[in-house]
Design a protein around this ligand. Structure first.
Ligand code: NAD
Ligand SMILES: O=C(O)C(=O)C[C@@H](O)[C@H](O)[C@H](O)COP(=O)(O)O
Ligand code: ZN
Length: 354
């Protein structure tokens, strides 16, 4: 299926089994003949899918260079982007060339940031290979890196020229990351699509928690939900903040863990449960909503307890990008499928969470 994203620069998200081998064909109309490609991937994904993608791109006459970095959120740092700048400079890349990111959200966010900033901006396309990146990260143009002071603190809005999403690439994803990625899909259901949430709530437990043939539908639905928020508010000044449900506390937990030992989806899952419990205490959220989300997460083997004191978590939200002075725009659910933005001081947030 094709999903159109109408931002300042419209693009198509192709979600289709086997799309990886059609990358050249899909990108050829978007770039002039002979465009050079810097293929960026991590140390796990390049050996799995790099050759196929390279062949597809070279097959339509795009010469390909490669940049590989060590896998893991702990490498989502400005130093890694500097290594990308070096490779692009030494390779003589120009503004009219193309970066193609192949991998999870870490690869897409960092490669996209290199594309946003190298030579003040060049095109990039995303080939996402995790549930997080196919369902969420590859769409919407948020790019960037972490700082020791907090998550995604340096970045840019830079939309890809195309997203080429092949659900078959998820077949090699370790089960932990497959299930973890469903945290973001559960989030999309929780904020805007009760039916999707309930389908995920019913599923789980089996070895492959979603059959490969159903993944195209699930990823497509997740992307469509995200697309609607991105189109309404591309620069994240209002409605798009709802996509950050669970992220205020989730990002704080990632920071408290030093960006190791907890994955993004796990942290967001715990953050969603905390947000619902806060909403229930405030009388905004239907009682039992937090337990329902926790129940859905547990079906996919995800943790639901933060493991840190609420004081520490709230202190670690200090640089949340939804902040406005002392106020943070906190995302709450009245009930599953509905969401709202509630400005709160950190003192109020701590009281609601405690
Ligand atoms: N820009 C956005 O809108 C957005 C949205 C959601 C998340 N994110 C970011 O995405 C990141 C998390 O993404 P992630 O969970 O994809 O992490 P990731 O990119 O680290 O990938 C997870 C692991 O899976 C491996 N992997 C990837 N694809 C594989 C495959 N097909 N087969 C085998 N192994 C594979 C990777 O090497 C890595 O070890 C976080 O940094 C988060 O902040 C960004
Ligand atoms: O695209 C968005 O907007 C989101 O909030 C999606 C989130 O799932 C994603 O993790 C995003 O990178 C968080 O953005 P940030 O602005 O809080 O760093
Ligand atoms: Zn997220």
């Amino acid at each position: 299926m094709n999903i159109e994203v109408r931002t300042d620069r419209p693009y198509t998200v192709t979600v289709e089994r086997g799309a990886l081998d059609r990358a050249g064909e899909l990108l050829r109309p978007l770039k002039k003949p002979g465009t050079r490609v810097m293929l960026i991937s991590d140390s796990n994904v390049m050996p799995l899918y790099g050759r196929r993608l390279r062949e597809s791109l070279e097959g339509v006459g795009f010469p390909v260079s490669e940049f590989i970095f060590p896998a893991g959120e702990e490498h989502k740092q400005i130093d890694t982007v500097c290594d990308m700048y070096r490779a692009l400079s030494e390779g003589g890349f120009t503004r009219t060339d193309l970066i193609v990111t192949l991998g999870g959200g870490v690869t897409g966010d960092m490669g996209g940031f290199a594309a946003a900033t190298f030579l003040r901006g060049m095109d990039f396309a995303q080939v996402p290979t995790t549930v997080v990146s196919q369902a969420d990260a590859s769409v919407g143009g948020k790019t960037g890196v972490d700082l020791p002071f907090g998550k995604n603190l340096v970045g840019a809005f830079h939309q890809p020229i195309a997203v080429i999403s092949d659900p078959d690439a998820l077949s090699t994803l370790p089960k932990h990351y497959f299930n973890d990625g469903l945290g973001e899909v559960i989030k999309h259901g929780a904020i805007a699509d009760k039916e999707l949430f309930e389908a995920l709530e019913r599923g789980g437990a089996q070895e492959q928690s979603i059959a490969l043939e159903d993944l195209e539908q699930v990823m497509g639905r997740s992307v469509s939900i995200k697309r609607d928020f991105v189109e309404a508010d591309t620069k994240d000044t209002g409605r798009r903040m709802i996509l950050n449900f669970g992220h205020t506390c989730g990002h704080a937990l990632e920071k408290l863990h030093g960006f190791r030992d907890i994955s993004h989806g796990e942290a967001v899952g715990i953050g969603m449960v905390l947000a619902c419990k806060a909403g229930e205490r405030l009388g905004v959220t239907e009682p039992g909503t937090g337990e329902r989300i926790a129940g859905a997460l547990k079906k996919y083997g995800m943790p639901t307890e933060p493991g840190f004191a609420m004081e520490e978590i709230v202190a670690a939200t200090a640089l949340d990008k939804k902040s406005d002075g002392d106020t943070v725009r906190f995302i709450l659910l009245p009930r599953i499928g509905e969401s709202l933005i509630r400005p709160m001081t950190r003192k109020e947030l701590l009281e609601a969470l405690s």
